[in-house]
Design a protein around this ligand. Structure first.
Ligand code: XLS
Ligand code: MG
Length: 344
């Protein structure tokens, strides 16, 4: 059953190019200007961190936060943009230096819970029930600093508090094995799906798969997607690419391995991804070398590459694939796919 594909990205994908080794190389594009670029490039959905939606949330009351988010909702409506999810940015502030939900300091854990409740309030005001949890600092630099059983239980308890706080939301855990931590708890999709079993509402706990995060775990992104689809838990994706086991590169989709990208497109399409409203999300960074004026191309090209690969996938002769598979002529199958791609 073919998929239905709508595209989204977060405003952090349009950025000034600073990296750990050098400053910004491009001027900041104001949020209002970023919003104007979405539809022009074929994107109908927008992703948020909580402080993308309400920048000064730290200094606002819960009521003021909801008011600001409600005002943003009107702006999104004017641009014809649908909010896909809201994610708590649980890695920037002093309270989360040692993590959020697994922090060794109880006050900091409470901060993480309260901040997540505000994220949920923002999501409700924007009109999305999707909460993404990238558990950035839920880990430890030395194993003795946190007990892995306690840490896992604390994440489970945090999920339960979220699900109790708002009966409508659903949580999409975005697993990642490392960075900024050298080992992060809940490193793969299997771990993410299992976390739902620690709550009394596992039907409201699913996952978001990022290509690069699967690759950093040395796993096949399309197989991770297949696993989550089989469990009916793949509720979003962050497509990008990654050139080996190193820092998270968030490269343009297909930039390193177009065959691997084809496999992701194919598994999504063959299993009807998007038919229940799921979005094809991107999480891509533009190269620091891009000059102003060509610093949105990574988004435009990632979407175009997805659509080109979708065309190739749908042009493949399934009967031929079945025949080569039945004959166990996998070299023939390999050549057939590669030839279709090289012609593509
Ligand atoms: C970072 C994550 C982040 C989340 C959103 O590696 O991919 O971008 O997707 O907070
Ligand atoms: Mg991501």
């Amino acid at each position: 059953m073919q998929g239905t594909f709508r595209f989204s990205f977060g405003p952090w994908n349009i950025h000034e190019g600073a990296d750990p080794f050098g400053p910004e190389v491009r001027r900041t594009i104001p949020f209002a200007k970023k919003l104007e670029s979405y539809k022009k490039m074929g994107f109908d959905g927008i992703q948020f961190h909580d402080d993308d939606a309400v920048p000064n949330l730290r200094n606002l009351s819960p009521t003021e936060i909801i008011r600001e988010a409600s005002a943003l909702k009107k702006v999104l409506d004017d641009h014809g943009l649908t909010p896909e999810f809201v994610a708590p940015r649980m890695w920037f502030v002093p309270e989360t230096i040692d993590g959020g939900y697994t922090n060794n300091c109880e006050k900091c854990r409470q901060y993480a819970i309260e901040r997540t409740k505000r994220t949920i309030d923002i999501a409700s005001a924007l009109g999305t029930r999707n909460i993404v949890l990238w558990l950035a600092r839920e880990g430890t630099y030395i194993r003795e600093a946190k007990d892995p059983v306690t840490a896992t239980e604390r994440i489970g308890e945090a999920l339960q508090i979220m699900l109790d706080y708002n009966k409508d939301i659903r949580i999409m855990i975005e697993s990642k094995p490392n960075e900024p931590m050298d080992h992060t708890y809940i490193p793969t999709i299997g771990h993410a799906i299992a976390m739902g079993l620690m709550t009394n509402a596992p039907e409201r706990v699913g996952c978001l798969i990022e290509t690069a995060h699967a690759l950093l775990a040395n796993l096949s992104p399309s197989d991770e997607m297949g696993f989550a689809l089989a469990h009916k838990k793949l509720w979003s994706v962050h497509l990008n690419d990654q050139n080996g086991l190193k820092f998270d590169q968030d490269l343009t989709f297909g930039a390193v391995d177009p065959r691997r990208a084809l496999n992701q497109v194919r598994v999504l399409d063959k299993h009807g991804f998007g038919n229940n409203g799921e979005w094809v999300g991107l999480d891509v960074k533009v190269m620091r070398t891009q000059k102003e004026g060509v610093d949105l191309k990574h988004l435009e090209y990632s979407r175009k590459i997805f659509l080109k690969l979708l065309e190739i996938s749908r042009s493949l002769d399934d009967a031929k694939i079945e025949q080569l598979t039945a004959e166990r002529d996998y070299e023939g199958l390999n050549y057939y796919i590669l030839n279709a791609m090289l012609k593509g």
